[in-house]
Every structure is written in structure tokens, then in C-alpha cells.
Design a protein around this ligand. Structure first.
Ligand code: PMP
Length: 330
């Protein structure tokens, strides 16, 4: 019989799929690494597993302990799934811009969720960073993975995502594109791919326009999970050869096209990464192979990116592209 002992044994080894319709008119082969195929539904399962196991090994997390973390949802899901197996309590702190759907997913796994305002600086006592620090101090047996500073975040990608992509492309990829949030994905995967290719593979970050990685100050943008208003320790500044800024409008348009034209129902940071990959592809040739990482699925964004009313309230849709009514169809 072919089965896994536990759901966490299914983390990683996600597939690559070729982009067809979206890659029309550009020369390189563009391959998407589909991270929603992880059991928790996102790339963050990888870091959750490695951070928890490292904390158990170091004694920072003990039996009966509580995991406290500021998370936009995906890291929480990964941590909740790992915690479920190992018997830990989870308290997650997230900013209010995170969709209610995503918060409900965390609660469904049995986690407690604390919501904080988005529009305050990180040092503000109500910021989600400050609140999670306070909870980590106050709750007995609490351990804060701190995905923004934990070396096991990029390490997990160095040991899993990077080798997988290298093996799946038989070392033929020329470019790796990923969105940057904590920077763990790009730093760990990028470092592995650069080492394996002896510097040949170019690493490209995709960033919401206005975030620090593309020279901004952290102006609020709507795409979730990527961009920062500070430089996290988990971001290795020596890895990315280039950062391509992408607007919310571009990110969301490509996100919707990924569902309709490729059958990939994915999140907004995926559209952002693919938008950057397409900009890059225009400058590349037929022998180039671009791998772009798609961090999560689209179900958590049905009320936003995939909702015409929400999209047009921000001016992202023209009025004639909205839902047809019965009258229109007849
Ligand atoms: N997309 C989404 C939806 C995310 O949750 C994250 C993680 N914050 C990222 C992209 C960016 O990944 P990383 O933190 O590894 O840079």
C-alpha cells in the first residue's frame, strides 16, 4: 500500500507546469512551481516544518508549548498543521488587510487568531509585530518561530525548493523568479540554484511597487504576503540579481488570467511573480528556461481578486468586464 504516515510527510515535491496562454509571444519556456499542492496549500508548509523541528531539537519548543507568530495566514496554516501532529497550541497575529477567508482557515485548524491594524508602523504597540512579541512574553511555554529572522526559513528552501527545481529542470533553468516577503524563498532557493549552477542561474525578485525591496518605503499596496516596510534578516541581499516592481493592477490582472487561461486558481502574489516573469521573458531568448514560484492557491481571495465588485471599487476593472446578468446572457 502506498500512503504517507502523516500529512506533514507530504510537504514539498510540488510539480512544475508550463505556462501556455500567458507565455504566448515570449520566447523562453516558463515553468510554474505550484506550491498550492503542498498539504497546507502554500509554500509556507516547508518553513513551518523545518522551524518547528529545529526548535524541538534546540529545546526552545517543549511538549505542551504554544506557537505564537505574526502571519498573513499561510505560515499559520503550515504551523497549525505541524502543531496538530505534535500537540502544540497556536496563537497567530495577523494584520487586518488579510482576508477573512484566510483567518477562518487558521481557526478551522484549531488556532487562535488576533487581528491588528495594517496602517501602523512596525514599532507601534498595536502593530502585529509588537502584539506577537507581547504575547510571546506573556504566554508560558511560548515559542515564536519569527519567520522574519529565523535562519530555518531560508534553510528550508535551500534544502527542499532549490534541489527540487534543479532536479526537475535537469539543471537547465536559466532564471528563477519569486516574490519577496520575508525573503526566505528567494534567499534559500536562489542560493542553492546559484551554487548548483556555479553562478549561471539568474535570480529575480518580484516586489509590489512601493515596498522596500524595489526602493520604496512600504506604501500600502493590496497584494498580500509580499513586500515589506523593513529589511528582514531572512532576506539575503547578495542573492537577487534584479528586483522587478509590479503594480497591484498588473498583479491582479495576471492572477485572474492564470485561473481563466491556465486553469491555475492562485493568489495575488502568484500573479505578481508571473507578471515579473513575463517582463523578464521579453528580454530573454528561446533557449532560456524561467522557473517562477507560485506561493499559494486562490481560494482565500475569492472575495477580493476574484470578486468583480471588490476589483472595480479599486479601479482595477473596467465596468464592461463585470459579471453578466441573466438579461445579458439571454
Ligand atoms: N506569497 C504569499 C501569499 C506569502 O504568504 C508569502 C510569505 N510571506 C510570500 C509570497 C513570500 O515568500 P517569502 O516570505 O519566502 O519571501
Amino acid at each position: 500500500m502506498d500512503y504517507a504516515e502523516h500529512v506533514i510527510d507530504l510537504v514539498g515535491n510540488t510539480p512544475l507546469v508550463k505556462l501556455n496562454a500567458l507565455a504566448e509571444g515570449v520566447e523562453p519556456l516558463i515553468l510554474a512551481k505550484v506550491e498550492y499542492m503542498n498539504p497546507g496549500g502554500s509554500v509556507k508548509d516547508r518553513i513551518a516544518l523545518r522551524m518547528v523541528e529545529a526548535a524541538e531539537a534546540s529545546g526552545e519548543l517543549r511538549p505542551g508549548g504554544t506557537i505564537v507568530e505574526p502571519t498573513s495566514g499561510n505560515t499559520g496554516v503550515g504551523l497549525a498543521m505541524v502543531a496538530q501532529r505534535k500537540g502544540y497550541r497556536c496563537v497567530f497575529v495577523c494584520p487586518d488587510k488579510v482576508s477573512e477567508d484566510k483567518r477562518n482557515v487558521l481557526k478551522a485548524y484549531g488556532a487562535e487568531v488576533v487581528v491588528c491594524p495594517t496602517a501602523v508602523p512596525p514599532e507601534h504597540p498595536e502593530s502585529y509585530y509588537s502584539v506577537s512579541d507581547r504575547l510571546a512574553r506573556e504566554i508560558e511555554g511560548a515559542w515564536k518561530p519569527n519567520q522574519y529572522a529565523n535562519p530555518n526559513n531560508p534553510e528550508s528552501h535551500y534544502h527542499s525548493t532549490g534541489p527540487e527545481i534543479w532536479r526537475q529542470t535537469e539543471g537547465k533553468l536559466t532564471h528563477f523568479v519569486a516574490g519577496v516577503g520575508t525573503g526566505g524563498t528567494i534567499s534559500g532557493t536562489g542560493r542553492y540554484l546559484k551554487e548548483a549552477s556555479e553562478g549561471r542561474v539568474k535570480v529575480i525578485g518580484a516586489d509590489p511597487e512601493g515596498s522596500v525591496y524595489s526602493g520604496g518605503t512600504g506604501r500600502p499596496y493590496l497584494v498580500e504576503g509580499v513586500g515589506e516596510d523593513f529589511w528582514p534578516d531572512t532576506y539575503d541581499r547578495t542573492i537577487a540579481d534584479e528586483i522587478i516592481p509590479v503594480t497591484d493592477a498588473e498583479s491582479f490582472e495576471i492572477t485572474r488570467r492564470l485561473a481563466r487561461e491556465e486553469g491555475l486558481l492562485v493568489g495575488g502574489s502568484c500573479g505578481m511573480a508571473v507578471a515579473a516573469a513575463l517582463k523578464l521573458a521579453k528580454r530573454c531568448g528561446p533557449d532560456d528556461v524561467i522557473v517562477v514560484l507560485l506561493p499559494d492557491g486562490g481560494r482565500g481571495y475569492l472575495g477580493k481578486i476574484f470578486n468583480d465588485k471588490w476589483m472595480s471599487s479599486y479601479g482595477f476593472l473596467s465596468p464592461d468586464s463585470q459579471d453578466a446578468t441573466v438579461g445579458d446572457v439571454l
